[in-house]
Design a protein around this ligand. Structure first.
Ligand SMILES: [Zn+2]
Length: 72
């Protein structure tokens, strides 16, 4: 039975991105140590975007992700 356009890998990556965005929102830009944490979170987010982009393009044995068109 076909499971439609679901993809667990894509879902996991998107959920991680959402979690990082939430974390960014909780960091106060007024605090110095938050600046450091913010930079780290942004770097992790950047690498997640790259991973997600690569998965969308050819993450399924060299083929595009079937769930790619449902990405936010
Ligand atoms: Zn996929």
């Amino acid at each position: 039975m076909e499971s439609g356009n679901k993809c667990r890998v894509k879902d996991r990556l998107v959920n991680q991105l959402i979690a990082l965005n939430d974390k960014l929102n909780t960091l106060s830009p007024a605090l110095l140590h938050s600046q450091q944490a913010r930079t780290e979170v942004q770097e992790r987010r950047e690498s997640l975007y790259v991973e997600l982009k690569r998965h969308r393009a050819k993450g399924h044995k060299g083929k595009p992700c079937p769930a790619a068109q449902h990405l936010p």
